[in-house]
Design a protein around this ligand. Sequence first.
Ligand code: ATP
Ligand code: MG
Length: 606
Amino acid sequence: MSDKPSSPAPSPAAAEPARAGNFLRTLIERDLAAGTYDGRPFGGSPGDAAHHAAGQPDPARVRLRFPPEPNGYLHVGHAKSICLNFGLARDYGGVCHLRFDDTNPEKEEQEYVDAIEEMVRWLGWNWEAFGTPHLYYASNYFDFMYQAAEHLIERGLAYVDEQTPEQMRASRGDFTTPGTDSPYRARTPAENLARFREMRDGLHADGSMVLRAKIDMASPNINLRDPAIYRIRRATHHNTGDRWCIYPMYTYAHPIEDALERITHSICTLEFEDQRPFYDWLLERLAEGGLLAHPLPKQYEFGRLNLSYVITSKRKLKQLVDEQHVHGWDDPRMPTLAGMRRRGYTPASIRKMADDSGASKTNIWLDYSVLDIALRDDLDPQVGRAMAVLDPLALKLTNWAEVFGSADHREPCQAPVHPHHPERGQRQFSLGPQLWIEREDFAEAPPKGFFRLFPGNRVRLKYGVVVECTGCEKDADGRVTAVTATVVPDTKSGTPGADAIKVKGVITWVGAHDGLAAELRLFDRLFSEAQPDAGGRDFLSVLNPASKQVVQGYVEPSLAGTAAETRLQFERHGYFISDRIDHQADRPVFNRITGLKDSWAKPAAR
Ligand code: ATP
Ligand code: MG
């Protein structure tokens, strides 16, 4: 028995060469050259200024973080951020923290936390470094965040505002109009402190008041017009349960999370650019008060990655799942990492796409073909080959017994597991009197340029013999049910007679006597428009109704016993993977990852 097509060996991200430059590399190199972070102490875990001051010099030259909110599954856009942050940490002798940004109690679930960890690891990264796992939860910082808020209040830098949300919106002004002060803005620190503690103690209704930073209602940056930093929300939190009924706002929580973890470079997407002044304002105030230590983290923004024919919004992906337009978060058509894994994309191909797309100051749209090219480059040299018939039609070899002496004779055939790796051996299968071929390989009346089976024509059965088509059988409706042909003697591949007869067509096949019945799942793009949600379009209106096709076919016998999640190439049909959930040895199920050639450039029908 031949060796089985094998899954590519795991390729840890740690083994990859350093990448081409980008502006983030430039600024990290500048900071390292300037010694900006040299000798700063690290307390061994997240903490305030005193905690870190009591620590050792940080062994990590830089600290970055990937901070997902556990409110959905990671998608291909997150992969960009993961590879960027973990990659920079790897390349500059640092560490990247995995931090669950779980300050919003309503939408977060343990299921998402688990799935995120699994997918970051699957992509080839981990958060263990310098003897410790750097896996953190923002919700563990609620106590500090609360203390910091009281500190701001005591210094007259925050106040409780009891205006209605509408009043607050109206008094914030807009790009052309400065805001106006809230009637509650002049309260004394003592009054504010008492009110804030009442908020914490559950004495006020949800939404009845908020804590706001006191900065400048006339600032040209609207984000500095006294942003809300705490709100009342009675909701059970997945980590802290019912302990809190007030929760920090994202813009307040995030800089603090970074500072407690001693992040050096806090990399986020462009939409946070206008938040940067508040990020700096807040951390400087808390450092002045001795709660946080210099050097403080700095925020840098880069452009989001968008992929053609793909949606990268957790909210919209969740809608696809909840409304059952797809079969769950790991549906092979989903751009979630769980879906891409199930579809068969390799971590190395996703990392390559992320690396090649660099980091810039503008949001980018990448053509989906970039990912498929990276995938083929990764798979082609690695995966084994096999034959499969996706749309089976019987081929009857009517002179079999005459040529081979018996109807029971089986003619052994072989083919290389990989055409460029003879050391990986040969696949074994056999010819018999009845085979499965692709329905499209027969034409009763051949169109011009058709070199496959039609009455009177000869073709080679790949790795087998030359046959001559004699006709076909049909049912009462005129549909072809079998093709008939005769074996041309002494034409077996690999024998001296093989070249005696020239044929223009070679077709793939699987023996009816030894082929394995298999389910093959063929996918097309999920959306029929390159930018499904562009310009506010309802992305559901451009769902591709033909994005999934399930066919019952046959695969060659060398695949018996194939393990789940094994990638291979079905000759002529593309790259496939045995489904990680549904595939069973006695009931094989293969997903097509992608075709052999780029089909993304062509219109949707493929
Ligand atoms: P979504 O809009 O899908 O909910 P998000 O940005 O709100 O995405 P988070 O969980 O907050 O999701 O994201 C974690 C990190 O991933 C953030 O730092 C975010 O900037 C980054 N990220 C998310 N989407 C992309 C993308 N398309 N390209 C690059 N980075 C991204
Ligand atoms: Mg978010």
